[in-house]
Design a protein around this ligand. Structure first.
Ligand SMILES: Nc1ncnc2c1ncn2[C@@H]1O[C@H](COP(=O)(O)OP(=O)(O)OP(=O)(O)O)[C@@H](O)[C@H]1O
Length: 236
């Protein structure tokens, strides 16, 4: 259901994108509430209609939510791409965790949705944003507080860390570690955007806290599955 919903959201994104080519990215980075209301307007006609590609990016330029055209190697698209990759890495880890019946799936689901909001914020450079853009893409601090609560709860159940842990501990755990490293890349790419005032500070804080969450939940998954985590040993 959830996958269907997200496919649907992306489909509606795309169809709207084609209908409103001049506002291309504006449609792709809408707030979740806006997506939901648009989904209810999707019709059978929409389903037959436009293609997924607009070809507007073929010359190596794309659009921000504010309508600026920038080269694809711009910091903004780099950060958007890393955030997208992060959500995909979490999605894969989630599938392994689901197979093992882990209880934190709902947290991963929520995080993937928040990452869409991270993308909206990054795609809206403050220097060219109108008030309405800023209002729609504002990133709140609540998701950071949620991550901190989840980290603290898992940490209370885990044995204390006494060694360097290496990515291991079964498929769920190793996939969560991989997502953690992608998260750190996303954080690095967001840093200059936040520093220059183009995105909200809380976006950087969220990504920083998210890598700690992914580390902690990776350890938790290994513990719950009864898998040993590899620890660093100095090579003989
Ligand atoms: N390679 C990329 N990496 C990260 N973000 C991208 C990339 N290309 C585009 N974007 C961002 O994602 C939004 C949607 O992507 P999309 O693929 O529709 O853009 P496009 O390449 O400009 O268009 P098209 O694929 O239709 O030619 C863009 O408006 C832009 O903000």
């Amino acid at each position: 259901m959830l996958t269907y919903r997200s496919n649907m959201a992306s489909f509606v994104f795309r169809t709207t994108l084609l209908r409103c080519a001049a506002r291309s990215v504006a449609t792709k980075y809408r707030t979740p509430n806006r997506w939901r209301s648009e989904q209810s307007y999707a019709t059978a006609e929409d389903n037959k209609g436009p293609k997924i590609y607009t070809k507007t990016g073929d010359k190596g330029f794309s659009s921000t939510f504010t309508g600026e055209r920038r080269p694809k190697e711009d910091h903004i698209f780099e950060a958007l791409g890393n955030t997208d990759e992060l959500s995909s890495a979490i999605g894969l880890a989630r599938e392994f965790c689901l197979e093992k019946g882990h209880t934190f799936i709902h947290q991963l689901d929520k995080i993937q949705c928040i990452l869409q909001d991270v993308g909206s914020n990054i795609a809206t450079p403050r220097s060219s944003a109108r008030d309405s853009h800023i209002k729609k893409t504002k990133f709140t601090s609540q998701p950071i507080a949620d991550l901190e609560t989840w980290i603290d709860n898992f940490t209370n159940e885990l044995p204390p860390l006494t060694n360097f842990i290496l990515p291991s501990g079964g498929k769920s755990s190793a996939a969560l570690h991989l997502a953690r490293t992608v998260c750190r890349r996303a954080e690095r790419s967001v840093a200059p955007i936040v520093r220059s005032g183009e995105a909200d500070q809380d976006v950087a804080k969220f990504l920083n806290r998210l890598s700690d969450y992914l580390f902690t939940v990776a350890r938790y998954a290994a513990m719950k599955e009864g898998n040993e985590e590899k620890i660093y040993k100095r090579p003989e």
